[in-house]
Design a protein around this ligand. Sequence first.
Ligand SMILES: *[C@@H]1O[C@H](CO)[C@@H](O)[C@H](O)[C@H]1NC(C)=O
Ligand SMILES: *[C@@H]1O[C@H](CO)[C@@H](O)[C@H](O)[C@H]1NC(C)=O
Ligand SMILES: *[C@@H]1O[C@H](CO)[C@@H](O)[C@H](O)[C@H]1NC(C)=O
Length: 356
Amino acid sequence: MASHRLVHLFPIILLFTISTGYVMASPPAAIKAAYWPSWSKTFPPSAIDTTLFTHILYAFLVPSNVTFKFEVSDSAASLLENFTGTLHRKNPPVKTLVSFGGGGSDPKLFARMASNKGSRKIFIDSAIQVARTYGFDGMDLDWEFPKNPEEMAGLGQLFKEWRSTSPSTFNGMETTGSIQWNPSPKSLDWVNAMCFDYRGSWDTSATGAHAALYDPNSNISTSYGLTSWVRAGVPRNMVVMGLPLYGRTWQLKDPKVNGIGAPATAVGPGDDGVLIFSEVEKFNRENGATVVYDAKTVSTYSHAGTSWIGYDDSQSTTVKLEFAQAHGLRGYFFWALSYDREWEISKQASRTWVTG
Ligand SMILES: *[C@@H]1O[C@H](CO)[C@@H](O)[C@H](O)[C@H]1NC(C)=O
Ligand SMILES: *[C@@H]1O[C@H](CO)[C@@H](O)[C@H](O)[C@H]1NC(C)=O
Ligand SMILES: *[C@@H]1O[C@H](CO)[C@@H](O)[C@H](O)[C@H]1NC(C)=O
């Protein structure tokens, strides 16, 4: 997640946020969440359509890599205040979470912090103070990602201590490809699973569906990742499926060979081969691209000349959400707000996920 310039460093990312405290008569409410990129100059919190979401996450705050405390600048402080103030006053209001870390932050910082009780406490106290000072309803950790069992153990310890220190809502998040599940589900309210970035600019040899629900040829897919986490003991109703509002692009070797897995030579249009959904639509329009829905992977791709884009549109998103509901998952989140300019996919998702 985060600045797309950096996500490509992590070929397989499933990013999760687990939970607890949902022992109650009725099932827990569905999560319809989205991250707000705080660096967006053109999309202020007031522009968010809160009828479509239950939770909006502020992306991101990063602690000092020396003290592990949050040193909030004046400009960040006024943005944080504006974010929670605006969203709580909206009709309807939404819950706000502050997300710590992000794909662009240094994973070693979190590894060092989580390895030691003293630094965990400093981080936790500062995180809670920031969340309270600026009026947030909860917190979210986006550490991409713990890379070995030792770091996973640190993460588990961090969540446990964080939960026992936190007064109320708390949304932790962590990430992995193949690492064993460690953190106790009891420490978290839910897990945001980053079900995207499976393919991208780090491998230019072939085109790919970067958020495939199914992959006939490998286990790098959302269905495989999520079911393996459920098998490992993560309760289904704590898993929230991540959905990308952006595509990844390649240059085809031969314009006539243009399916998923077609030979490619380089990244295609966009910032390091990334186009947000509204740019994908613009590209398709302006270039008269051929648009194909692929039922095998549950994804959409388009091509024009040698340019090729793999992405999700309303159709593939709908099928993914049906999968998530059929499997008893808790909800979905988008990376990121404003990428579908006219709320095309966000609206479709909100309609599809019927809560009863
Ligand atoms: C902390 O961050 C600064 C700025 O990015 C970097 O120069 C420095 O090496 C980092 N220190 C550690 C201990 O990671
Ligand atoms: C947020 O900032 C906008 C633009 O500067 C301003 O119009 C609005 O009043 C602010 N809202 C809050 C709640 O601070
Ligand atoms: C996928 O994972 C299963 C185990 O869950 C394994 O048996 C199978 O070989 C894997 N398939 C591929 C293509 O890696």
